[in-house]
Design a protein around this ligand. Sequence first.
Ligand code: DPP
Ligand code: ZN
Length: 874
Amino acid sequence: PHAVRLKDYQPPEFLIDRVDLHFELDPDRTLVESILQLRRNPAATRGDGSLVLHGEQLDLEAIEIDGHPLTGSEFGVDQDSLTLHRIPDRFSLLTRVRIHPSLNTALEGLYQSGDMLCTQCEAEGFRRITYFLDRPDVMARFTTTLVADKARFPVLLSNGNPIEARDLDGGRHLVRWEDPFPKPSYLFALIAGDLSAIEDRFTTASGREVMLKIFVEPQNVDKCDHAMRSLKKAMRWDEERFGREYDLDIFMIVAVSHFNMGAMENKGLNVFNDKFVLARPDTATDVDFDGIESVIAHEYFHNWTGNRITCRDWFQLSLKEGFTVYRDQEFSADVGSRGVKRISDVRLLRAHQFSEDAGPMAHPVRPDSYIEINNFYTATVYQKGAEVVRMQANLLGPEAFRRATDLYFERHDGQAVTTEDFVRCMEDASGCDLTQFRRWYEQAGTPELTAEGEFDAETGVYTLSVRQFTPPTPGQPEKSPFHVPLAIGLLGADGEDLPLRLEGESEVPRAGTRVLELRKEEERFRFVGLSAKPVPSLLRAFPAPVKLRFEQSDEDLMFLMAHDSDGFNRWDAAQTLMQRLLLTLVRDPDHVVPDRFCDAFRSALLDTAGDQALLAEVLTLPTEGYLADQMDVVDVDGIHRAHAVLERRIGECLRADLLGVYRANAGDGSPYAFTPQAVGRRAIRNLALHYLMQAPDAEILGLCQDQFANGDNMTDVMAALSLLANHGGTEGKAALEAFYRRWSKESLVIDKWFAVQASCSREDALNQVLHLMEHPDFSLRNPNRVRSLIGVFCNANQVRFHAPDGGGYRFLADRVLELDPLNPQIASRLLKSMIRWRRFDRVRQSLMCAELHRILDTEELSKDVYEVASKALE
Ligand code: DPP
Ligand code: ZN
């Protein structure tokens, strides 16, 4: 397999103005007739007179140019292309191919999910449907005609507006769709099935009436209300915040149960993993409700950031994904709790993106090469990409940023562009110089800031020195300094923010946060006019995706935890304190958890003034995985033990207070509501139960069993089930059995049942997982099921996955090799849990290495798995 490089980009030699597709749908054998209107691209250099179209796994039955069938010498076909020799500058190409949806286990192109047929074309799936220039800078107008058996497939959907529907002979029917907007092939979609829909309407700001429909399998029609509410909220928000209106007469969402990704923003016809559509209070948790709201918004927002304006090539993926993630994060912050949203986004970034940046697959937000693009739908492109947009928004300020996005939409509507075009709009609308800032797109790696503070009591000057260093990443041994916005505050002895006046400034600014800009490798900031040594609060609201090293005493951290006006930094101070204590416990198992830690924890717990959801975040320990990232050599068992010791200690020494919090936050009998207040109440209550259950007596166990049996919503039931399963014994077993009996018909709930067992840290976890692979409900063909059992075990059960006998590694490699021929995307995604092998001790290193070699030595690996395994071993 060879790498594709950004520097080799060439504009397409031909453009496609119109596409007419005609499908005769059949799960085993679908006929696809395509008529393309092609013309030479005036902006391209002339090649050798032939044209190569993409196409994979297509049985070609007919081919014509301008109505004339081609002879064998006029074209050539191989595994992944169709070459036309000697072509005119403008012509119409007809091809007729057969494809086989029921055999398509990769879930790319047209495939079967249960009884329906559906498509996934991003990034390069359209070439499995017909011959095409399957690249995002070829934008065409599509008309799609679908013909199928009417009883079996009464609903036939594609992009755009429906323009014709009629019955045909033989029990078949025909539906025709027309999409007036030019689009790249990756945004094509079709759906055929026996589906039910809920409907609603939306009137846009300019008075356009839009029909909204969510299609699901009939048994799920009672689980769509939350998705519809979320959609309408997102549509309104995008009008208000970004001035973006919807542009077709109909907007459709379809829930599919076999899906590689979260969801897909196809024009006018978003196709979703059903996990991000279906929710009822008794089947879905608060986390699920939250995920649905943000993924519905994300895909809807793509209509402008992705569809109307798309990517020139796949190296620009973050142009649409980073920006759209930023937009969905802002949406969630506006409709929910901004502080909690920021914390959970940063938690995710630190857990996944920072570790990606520190591993063998590290790449810039705009990568410069790939072997398989599907491997680059990453935390770096998505989450770090969103941070890079956020930094620009903050550097410009809200008004200039809005002018800049308006300019972007106006200047590039209907085009396929680059991240450079985006940054230029930011500059042109604001006058800011982002020359150095562009390095955030070009250089991989997480910058490490080292800060030092010094107070001179005589002059009243506080000097903050900041150095930046970015460690080498594959292919980038040396880095240039980044342009880093630093939002900081200084607290006085009373806990209030002080005014931050830099040396040389005559005016005294208002007290509060100030944004400094770090551009050099090392800079010094001198704050004057201070009467006593302040307590610094650095990186407020996390202004840049960086790591910070700053020696701050436990006392200062506790002070920040209690007083910082920035909620994010109150949380971060608590996390740093807990992390310090946990790492001390890892190094020294005899270390005693100090009383003052429990006191600080208690006073935070009993502070009823604040937001409960925020409090739950503050009082949640860093995960074992995150602690692992803080060590030079991961001590898997030490971390697990330390984590357990601290959780048990909290449960014991705060028993009465935790019980009080548990009781005080019981529901008031009103029905489930997905509001920030109600979510916060459940979060803090379940966190209290979590600590109490670390060393439960009969009373606590009884509470947990009662919550499991009588909880009226899945958030509470799942919290209790997970605690009981970890507790084990007859109680754990009984709960798991009861849960399965109750929910055996609800596939998304059964995913939770698999996941809870896969994440169980009991010693026999791997055996349990192996046993569950034999369960009649387990299937390697369903990505959600694979992720629930195998993915959760390998990623969320650190101590068992990394068992010193190598059993976890062998298990993962076996699964990767089993999955690769079926679904390479899912196989390679799983394999990523083993690529950071260098961070472990020698024994584990060699065990992981051996498994990676075993994979790499296997014949006929997919490009997906080959790329990950080979880069891991480089
Ligand atoms: N559907 C995926 C997403 O929205 C890829 N575009 O992120
Ligand atoms: Zn997206």
